[in-house]
Design a binder for this molecule. Sequence first.
Ligand SMILES: *Cc1c(COP(=O)(O)O)cnc(C)c1O
Length: 381
Amino acid sequence: MDIKLQKSELQRFENLHRYSTGYINLNPIQRGGVLTPEAREALIEFADGYSIYDLSPGLEVDEIPLVKEFISEHLSKFLGADIAKFTLGAREGIFNIMHSITKPGDTIIVDGNRHYTTITAAERAKLRVVEVPNSGKPEYRINVEDYEDLIKNHKPAMILLTYPDGSYGNLPDAKKLGEIAKEYQVPYLVNGAYSVGRMPISMEAIGADFIIGSGHKSMASSGPIGVLGMNKKWEKIVLRKSKRYPQKEVEFLGCELRGTAIATLMAAFPTVVERVEKWADEVEKARYFSRELERLGLKQLGEKPHNHDLMFFEAPVLYEISKRHKKGRFFLYKELKKRGIVGIKPGLTKNFKLSTYGLKKQELKVVVDAFKDVIEKYKTS
Ligand SMILES: *Cc1c(COP(=O)(O)O)cnc(C)c1O
């Protein structure tokens, strides 16, 4: 066959020693997805394709007793939902709900801080999207009361809230929106890609119909994998069965998740359950970090005081340096890497986001000192 790719070229994927490098990684999309030791073992154990079927030969993955019990007992309780499911990821879960409960041409209302995948999912489901604007600079808050007029005007088929959003890490009043949703009887989806698995969150307490999480973003799983919780009143619609295969769910093509990622998510779960209880420490560390960087002349945008580990910074002082530095806008990436720190997007200086999730206070001190060092080194030169 005329395929030129050699095994040797793939060696780029080998020996990266990703998790033993000793680098402090601030990348928001990676902090909550670091595997636990148990999940890492499960990953190897179930790395072969379809090997999860060895647990119970002949059954679909979500019928395997161990998996079935996990979903129906533990995962549903964790989400505060009547029914739980695995999905391919947060975005697919959002699409699954949109596709099941709306029809093409319907309008949905979402927050202005929504993730881009909310829009692509809506496009795929052929929906019209109306956005609730945020408050603009510097906090970019979503006032959930702004949904009310839009609900009256547009009669949406569903509403969605991103909790928190992936740009500023803002946590709007999800519970109040639950009351509004109830008053107008509009289905309500909470996108918890950055909350489920990091912080305590309950669909029931919020008063939502659906909650979405991302395993590889926030549940210490290798992925791709997402979780979906829902109120049982939606069971017949979302879990509707095939006409020809009465056991198989149409929306999930019979069985959507088929292996490795499930093993890692389940293996990590006991640790994840414990870690959400320590959320107050995470908020404390994030606030400490925000304060320290502001002392160096940076400005944290988004809610203040901040309530989440995902933070957006504006850094005029670094931007000024980048204009004079011989490495240009890549100087920050290079200077931080030299000091054992990665995870801020190469080329960004003027503003960037990062996460402090799961890092020790001592590690955050190293990061603060690195910023201080870089600024002092170049500020006046
Ligand atoms: C990362 C992210 C997603 C997408 O998550 P996947 O599980 O990779 O699909 C969706 N919404 C928000 C707010 C995110 O931050």
